[in-house]
Design a protein around this ligand. Structure first.
Ligand code: BGC
Length: 431
């Protein structure tokens, strides 16, 4: 039986995702991430080593051997022109996306580019470029999905206290309102904020991203409150301007399992699940037309302490980051969203895989899991693979390769990976 018969609607949003700073939206006045890079590149290169925790523990041995030279080079940690989108390479990538049969591309509009100085008029050149990107997608038959905050602030916002300062709520809402009016109905899908969970964890608890605070629970709670409020208020602002648009946020959800039936593992699972999935979405979901959901992690929990015994997934293949590849976990997370009775769009899902050995089967199996979830009642309307194109992976820099399209950063030459061709075949077979 074909996938189509098993239930993918014709208008299912098959696509891929990107984010501005990660593909080189990076020229105007500087963002807080540019500053982070300047201050931290040398340190990050120095500290890079195979034993470091890359989110699921150390890197697989063979990966470290392959990437060590890049990972030890400070230039790896400077985003620079990245995949060259500011220089127009978005056109090339959208051409490839269209050839692959993608129906949607997610990108972010970077406030540091659009509004480089405090609450100023929008920079017409920056605004025009994003309008051209949106237009360019539509001309190619691709639905643009626009994120409004993907981890990067203008430096002036950061200096004003960033997401810890409650003023950000009002300020962000005004910015969003102004921006959406400028876009004049051309975007049908918005995501207000990306992964509030990850942003708060990395910046205020683990201290790996800006503002590099460690175990700052008070700060984390302030940020959480402001992100939730900013999402809700922006949702209302967008709907007031154009109630035909679909608006959500991209939350990050993990599938958490107990290692065994032991009571400590089961209690540990509940605590971990609450901390990883329950801190944002339940507070935001009333202000969502659809649930935008990023999923990467399968956590098998051993013991009660939420910080120990994670990711002990013996036997599962791993990505270049050492993240466990378990397509079935997507099914479980989707089923967990059924209770909200909203359409679901998978706004990110993917893997670092420079040699492209795992991406094709991972996509194929994940599509099967989406089919099963749809058959079991989860109203999934789209799948945006992370990522359309190789990009700058935050504090890990350029060596992790998440793209369906490979990039040579020296020449900006593109390679369409075999897994992208497999994804194209899947889309064709269901479309
Ligand atoms: C983020 C992306 C990131 C991806 C892979 C998500 O947490 O939204 O910006 O590149 O995961 O790590």
């Amino acid at each position: 039986m074909s996938e189509r018969e098993l239930g993918f609607p014709k208008n299912f949003l098959w696509g891929a995702a990107t984010a501005g700073h990660q593909v080189g939206d990076n020229v105007n006045g500087g963002s807080d991430w540019n500053r982070f890079e300047e201050l931290n590149a040398a340190r990050l290169a120095h500290e890079a080593e195979p034993d470091k925790d890359y989110g699921n523990g150390p890197l697989p041995q063979d990966v470290w051997q392959r990437v060590a030279t890049e990972a030890k080079d400070p230039r790896n940690y400077i985003s620079g022109e990245g995949a060259g989108w500011w220089r127009g390479y978005w056109q090339k990538d959208l051409d490839i996306a269209a050839d692959l049969g993608l129906k949607a591309v997610r990108f972010s509009i970077e406030r540091a580019q659009v509004q480089p100085t405090p609450n100023s008029e929008f920079d017409p050149v920056a605004l025009d470029r994003y309008k051209k990107l949106i237009q360019g997608a539509k001309e190619r038959g691709i639905e643009p999905v626009a994120t409004l905050f993907h981890f990067v602030n203008p430096q002036w916002v950061a200096e004003g206290g960033g997401w810890e300062n409650p003023d950000i709520v009002d300020n962000f809402q005004k910015y969003v309102g102004q921006l959406v009016r400028e876009l004049d109905g051309e975007v049908s899908y918005f995501l207000t904020v990306n992964e509030p969970e990850v942003y708060t964890l990395q910046g205020w608890l683990l201290g790996e991203w800006l503002p590099q605070k460690t175990n700052d629970l008070r700060g984390a709670f302030k940020v959480r409150k402001n992100l939730i409020e900013a999402h809700k208020r922006s949702f209302d602002a967008i709907k007031e301007i154009d109630d035909t648009t679909s608006v959500s946020a991209a939350v990050n959800l993990s599938h958490v399992e107990a290692k065994s039936r032991k009571i400590s593992d089961r209690v540990g699972k509940v605590i971990t699940q609450k901390l990883s999935n329950g801190m944002f979405l339940p507070k935001m979901v009333d202000h969502m037309d659809y649930v935008g959901m990023n999923q990467y992690m399968h956590n098998v929990k051993r013991g009660i302490n939420p910080q120990t015994g994670l990711f002990q997934n013996e036997g599962e293949p791993r990505s270049d980051f050492g993240w466990y590849l378990n397509p079935e976990s997507l099914y479980h997370v989707l089923m967990g969203l059924k209770k909200y009775n909203k359409p679901i769009i998978i706004t990110e899902h993917g893997l670092a895989d420079a040699t492209d050995q795992n991406r094709a089967w991972f996509i194929r199996e994940s599509v099967n899991q989406i089919l099963s979830a749809r058959a079991d009642g989860a109203d999934v309307r789209g799948y945006l693979h992370w990522s359309l194109v190789d990009n700058f992976e935050w504090d890990k820099g350029k060596w992790p390769r998440f793209g369906l399209i490979g990039v040579d950063y020296e020449t900006q030459e593109r390679t369409v990976r075999d897994s992208a061709k497999e994804y194209a075949r899947i889309i064709k077979s269901v479309g």
